[in-house]
Design a protein around this ligand. Structure first.
Ligand SMILES: [Mn+2]
Length: 392
């Protein structure tokens, strides 16, 4: 009979002899084991939801700047406060900052109703923390020194080359950054807090405060034209997830802000003064006190039945502002505006196919670059019709 001890000792001797005669086999086995372990680790890392990875990165930082794009809209603001709430829940300090201005009534209402603490910046030295989380855009812009900023993280849904040093999540198939943000909460097992409950009444480790859930839902709604355009099923899923936390009274106040007299007057003048040629409309509304009223008047005019492309011209502080909209495949609005103002020396215009804008210093319109000949505003209107029709 062979005892267990003898069997073990035999096996040892066999193994020792094997190793002694084949040292390369041992090395191969060792390398194989290391590769397997590393592979398993990477696979596990890769499989973890992005929200979990993002929150881990966030928790490693002492303080972050959450940076929105110039003139932030509700989607940018909602995503920023979402990240702020996550940072708060992992004890990371955060400051939300933005270049430009918050002027449009919809954006002001969003900020005021939700009582948001947002800081305006002009220069790179204004950034509150070294680690910058970019939201709703992927390359810093709109302030002095923005070129030199290497973001720590990027959370966005716009196409672009921008990346974050530690974390990049750009989902161009999503209608809103707020949808990505909602998914992060979901990834870490967060629960939306119903508006009639206190955060402490929700047992989850992470919570979506009602104010944040409401803001995120509105961010999704505005960036997708109320879930009718440019959205994916992920945006619907995000809205569904947030819904139990949404405060309908707050949502109503954000979604239906009072409109200023200036804006309504500009819209009324745009309708009354419109000139129509075919399916194109151009309207010169004269002087306005609020430049933001001009694009809103253009949006309104485009709703008119039978109209497929519009340009509204308004004057403010010595400058003519042009705002164009097109839902006509024949009209590339950015190019049409660019061609229309090319005559005027200091003018600039451009934009996308569906949306464009331009500015002309008033002096340029009165005295054209063609040797002092007076260029009337009616000439500009004619040129706009011609460039929209592709005749110039
Ligand atoms: Mn957006």
């Amino acid at each position: 009979m062979v005892t267990a001890t003898e069997a073990l000792s035999d096996a040892r001797t066999w193994l020792t002899e094997l190793v002694a005669s084949n040292p390369e086999l041992v090395v191969a086995v060792a390398i194989g084991a290391v590769v397997l372990a590393a592979g398993a680790y990477l696979l596990r890392q890769f499989r973890r939801p992005l929200g979990v990875r993002f929150v881990e990165r966030l928790a490693d930082e002492e303080a972050v700047t959450i940076l929105m794009h110039p003139n932030p809209d509700p989607d940018a603001m909602a995503t920023a406060i979402g990240i702020g709430a996550l940072a708060d829940q992992v004890d990371t300090e955060s400051t939300i900052q933005y270049p430009g201005q918050i002027r449009h009534q919809e954006n002001r209402a969003f900020r005021n109703v939700l009582d948001l603490d947002l800081e305006q910046i002009d220069h790179v030295t204004d950034l509150a923390a070294e680690s910058v989380v970019l939201v709703d855009h992927n390359e810093p812009r709109g302030f002095t020194g923005s070129d030199g900023v290497l973001p720590f993280a990027v959370v966005d849904h716009h196409p672009g080359e921008g990346t974050g040093d530690a974390f990049t999540d750009v989902r161009t198939d999503y209608g809103a950054s707020a949808s990505i943000m909602a998914e992060y909460f979901q990834d870490v097992g967060g629960d939306p807090v119903p508006p009639d409950k206190h955060e402490s009444e929700v047992a989850a480790e992470f919570v979506v405060p009602s104010q944040i859930a409401t803001g995120l839902l509105y961010g999704i709604l505005t960036d997708t034209q109320r879930l009718t355009a440019g959205c994916s099923s992920a945006d619907f899923a995000a809205a569904g997830y947030l819904y139990p936390g949404v405060d309908e009274d707050l949502l109503d106040r954000i979604a239906n802000p009072q409109v200023s007299k200036d804006v309504l007057e500009a819209k009324a003048r745009a309708i009354a003064a419109r000139k129509i040629e075919g399916s194109f409309a151009v309207s010169d509304i004269g002087s306005v006190s609020n430049v933001d009223a001009i694009p809103q008047a253009a949006d309104e005019l485009l709703r008119l039945e039978g109209v497929t492309a519009v340009v509204v011209i308004g004057e403010c502080k010595g400058t003519m502002h042009l705002s164009g909209r097109s839902r006509d495949d024949r009209v590339h609005m950015g190019r049409a505006l660019d061609a229309a103002v090319s005559e005027y020396g200091d003018a600039s215009a451009g934009g996308h196919a569906r949306m464009g804008g331009g500015q002309i210093p008033i002096g340029e319109v009165a005295v054209g670059s063609d040797g002092g000949q007076q260029l009337q505003r009616s000439t500009l209107v004619d040129r706009l019709f011609e460039t929209m029709a592709g005749d110039l």
